[in-house]
Design a protein around this ligand. Structure first.
Ligand code: NAD
Length: 274
């Protein structure tokens, strides 16, 4: 087990279970260095978005790495003001251009913009059928959005990327996705490093001789959740991925479950200022 460990999406595409997120990593040198260093550590999955305004640097770091394109899993997303059928097709082409690639591995609807996301999804289906995205999915969709989307869709989303960490365990959405063969990806998996002092995380970190970040990423892994922790520092990138040499007991998994408070850091998808 390593950073090349994958899980299968419902269309058979394999997604590495740990990736590097690059939200708020500055375009240019910063993102180039963060991605280059992650690839050197063995990461093979990078999560960006048109909203992050750093796709060029991501693409350049991948191109310069010397690693064959097909060995790296690249995700990008269509932003809220780019949604609708024609707009999304155009937004996708702009992302591909910035990445300097001829396909992405996963293209996501970033947020369920009311009145728009079903048309946006049709565009993703077109892009998928053209082979320009190996997989398509959504982000920040609650069960009611998924119900609405799936009713109108030809292709079911393969992924739902949601805010998910021990204080926001997303039990209901995870169950919905499991029932519908949708792989859940956790954004802000580390809770943006805001509660590593939690007593349960501290206790388990001591018990397993690991860090709170590693306890959380391992909890995700044992739950079948794909994670994309963000760090620009090589040492932390390495730390966040060194989770394949220990196993949390069922009892300890439940202890982490007990941290849940349904507490968000980001917007509730029904309250986003679209
Ligand atoms: P995160 O939970 O990954 O926390 C990142 C922060 O934690 C970093 O800024 C870093 O300072 C700190 N950190 C990382 N590793 C650490 C370690 N080992 N020890 C101590 N501190 C550490 O939060 P995030 O960046 O918001 O989320 C991860 C990724 O998820 C993003 O980069 C982005 O790709 C994605 N994301 C998606 C959405 C969405 O709407 N789809 C929203 C936010 C983020």
């Amino acid at each position: 087990m390593s950073l090349t460990t994958t899980t299968k999406l419902h269309n058979g595409v394999e997604i590495p279970v740990i990736g590097l997120g690059v939200y708020k990593v500055e375009a240019g040198t910063d993102v180039y260095q963060a991605v280059s260093s992650a690839l050197e550590q063995g990461y093979r999955h990078i999560d960006t978005a048109s909203f992050y305004q750093n796709e060029e640097g991501v693409g350049k770091a991948i191109a310069d790495s010397g690693i064959p394109r097909e060995e790296i899993f690249v995700t990008t997303k269509v932003w809220n003001d780019e949604q609708g059928y024609d707009n999304t097709l155009a937004a996708f082409d702009r992302s591909l251009n910035r990445l300097n690639m001829d396909y992405v591995d996963l293209y996501l609807v970033h947020w369920p913009v009311p009145g728009k996301y079903k048309e946006t999804w049709k565009a993703l289906e077109t892009i998928y059928e053209q082979g320009k995205a190996k997989a398509i999915g959504v982000s920040n969709f609650l069960p009611h959005h998924l119900d609405d989307l799936i009713q109108a869709a030809t292709i079911k989303p393969m992924v739902n990327q949601i805010e998910l960490h021990p204080q926001l365990a997303q039990v209901e959405t995870r169950q919905y996705c499991k029932n519908n063969n949708i792989i859940v990806e956790a954004w802000a998996p580390l809770g943006k490093a805001s509660y590593f002092d939690d007593p349960v995380l501290q206790e388990l970190a001591t018990k397993y001789n690991k860090t709170p970040a590693q306890i959380i990423v391992r909890w995700d892994y044992q739950n079948g959740i794909v994670t994309i922790p963000k760090s620009v520092k090589a040492t932390r990138q390495q730390e966040n991925a060194a989770i394949f040499d220990f196993e949390l007991t069922d009892e300890d998994m439940e202890k982490i479950d007990s941290i849940n408070q349904d507490k968000r850091i980001g917007f509730h998808p029904d309250e986003f200022p679209y």
